[in-house]
Design a protein around this ligand. Structure first.
Ligand code: CS2
Length: 498
């Protein structure tokens, strides 16, 4: 093979034949979107939809300017800048087919921590119509005890008094919106693309919480002028590995310093509430609906909860990836049983979706052997995931007398996982969770008191007081501590022996 071609605008025409690249004129694009948090998911999802739209010759107003607010974002910015902000999306199909597609919708990248004014000015520019976000759960700065904006965070205190050198996204949004109001420029839409329930409502609540404290009059203007559409977002995007870069270099013949790998499936359901226009993303498969609630509930309680079920049970069993879990018949059956008899009965009907088909598709997606989605990624920050993905299914089933056993075993397994931090064969597990220590301390009390783990109120709410749950949980956690072979307990539940 010839020398690998470095990815940049000039080299696009020399890329290997089977690589798809943008043929539209990137230098002509306006940056109608400023996006904060240019992680793998933004690059496999919003940027990809937008690239496709641009490829259809639609939406030249909707180029994307990426923003990093933390020093940790500098590495990606440097790599992308060197590639004229181009990168490769490596789409891996189940049958082994791989599509390599260069995405061109990202056309600039600013670093807030180095030059905050450049970010505020760009957001305030009349050309910007949407500021979109993928800042992860933690970026929303919610006080776990009250659900309100957390002013105990020193960065929040800093932002209140230093509007021109903000650290948090909300400081930037506030300063940029103030500039727009003062210059009589219409507000932009703030569009969350994080996998969070009612992501738009949460963004609104946090932004208004912050701005009311900083500048009450501006808060009133924001309340009137800014739209925050809720959205359901979906595309499995594992963490990029060195193997992805080696694949491009050695097998495709191109060099990309930070590509993104993802599955072929993609879904985006958005509430059609925009302050200042929007791209016609429906032309490339996005769905606009008046109310996103049933879609997001379905996704969080089936896909994300399904990931959690496999992630926790699979970790203590010693599996490493999602596809490895579902290739095991017992795990696949268990997942389906959880979805059919516990998650589905407490879901609402979803317009135009057959839930059986949706679940079949999920199992297929999870079994994609080319997407090596690590359980360590799935279990990342479980303390903020379980209360949204899994626990509501238990509490709602408790209310209507439904089955809770499959989900309860996952909670018992999470206790074991948090307590011991190893798989059944003694392999160390890589646990990354803001509440890791608190969870460990609580779980470590289990051998003395079976319900110790459930006392972490910010995660479990009042579950510890629900007798029909605690009876089942105590039994399961007791058995699991006696015999950590999770498969035996899974099998027993499936056989109806428990
Ligand atoms: C995963 C999600 O982090 C998780 O727990 O379930 O990242 C999942 O891959 C995405 O939501 C898919 O859209």
């Amino acid at each position: 093979m010839k020398d690998a071609i470095s990815l940049n605008q000039n080299n696009l025409h020399q890329l290997p034949d089977d690589v798809v690249y943008p043929e539209y004129n990137r230098s002509e694009l306006k940056t109608g979107i400023v996006h904060v948090g240019v992680g793998g998911f933004h690059r496999s999802h919003e940027a990809c939809y937008t690239d496709e739209l641009l490829g259809l010759g639609m939406g030249t107003d909707w180029g994307i300017c990426g923003v990093g607010v933390r020093a940790a974002d500098r590495k990606l910015r440097d790599i992308l800048k060197n590639q004229d902000f181009l990168y490769t999306l490596i789409v891996k199909h189940t049958d082994g087919k791989i599509e390599n597609r260069v995405i061109g919708s990202l056309v600039d990248f600013l670093m807030g921590c180095d030059d905050p004014a450049s970010v505020i000015d760009r957001m305030a520019s009349p050309e910007t119509k949407i500021v979109s976000l993928t800042i992860t759960e933690g970026g929303y700065n919610v006080d776990p005890a009250t659900g309100e904006f957390n002013f105990d965070n020193p960065d929040a205190k800093h932002d209140l008094n230093n509007p021109l050198q903000p650290k948090l996204v909300f400081g930037y949004l506030s300063s940029a919106l103030r500039k727009r109001r003062d210059a009589k420029i219409p507000a932009f839409t703030v569009q969350s693309c994080d996998n969070i329930q009612h992501n738009g409502d949460l963004t609104r609540k946090m932004l208004l919480g912050f701005v009311r404290e900083q500048d009450p009059e501006l808060a009133e203007w924001i309340e009137r002028e800014v739209c925050f559409p809720n959205a359901m977002v979906d595309r499995i995007t594992p963490v990029t590995t060195a193997a992805d870069m080696d694949y491009l270099k050695n097998q495709v013949g191109m060099r990309d310093g930070w590509p993104v790998t993802c599955e072929p499936f993609s879904q985006w359901v958005i509430e059609d509430k925009f302050s200042n226009g929007r791209p016609g993303w429906e032309a490339v498969g996005a769905q606009f609906v008046p109310d996103v609630t049933p879609y997001e509930k379905m996704k969080l309680r089936l896909l994300n909860a399904g990931h959690t079920v496999l992630g926790i049970l699979g970790s203590i069993h010693g599996f490493e990836t999602i596809d490895e879990c579902v290739s095991d018949e017992l795990f696949a059956k268990y997942l389906r049983a959880f979805m059919d008899s516990e998650a589905t009965p407490v879901l609402d009907a979803v317009d135009g979706v057959d839930l059986d088909d949706y679940k079949d598709t999920l199992l297929e997606r999870f079994s994609n052997p080319n997407i090596k989605d690590n359980l360590a990624r799935i279990c990342l920050e479980s303390s903020s995931k379980l209360p949204v993905f899994l626990i509501p299914t238990i509490t709602e089933n408790l209310k209507q007398g439904g089955s809770i056993k499959y989900a309860t075993l996952v909670i018992a397994a999470w206790c074991y996982y948090s307590d011991k931090g190893v798989s059944k064969d003694g392999e160390q597990l890589e646990i990354v969770d803001e509440m890791k220590d608190a969870l460990h301390r609580a779980a470590a009390g289990t051998s003395k008191e079976k319900l110790a783990f459930l006392k972490v109120e910010s995660v479990f709410g009042d579950l510890v007081q629900r007798k029909s749950f605690t009876d089942e949980y105590s039994r399961m956690v007791g058995k699991l501590y006696e015999n950590p072979d999770i498969t035996q307990h899974m099998q027993a539940l499936l056989n109806g022996r428990e």
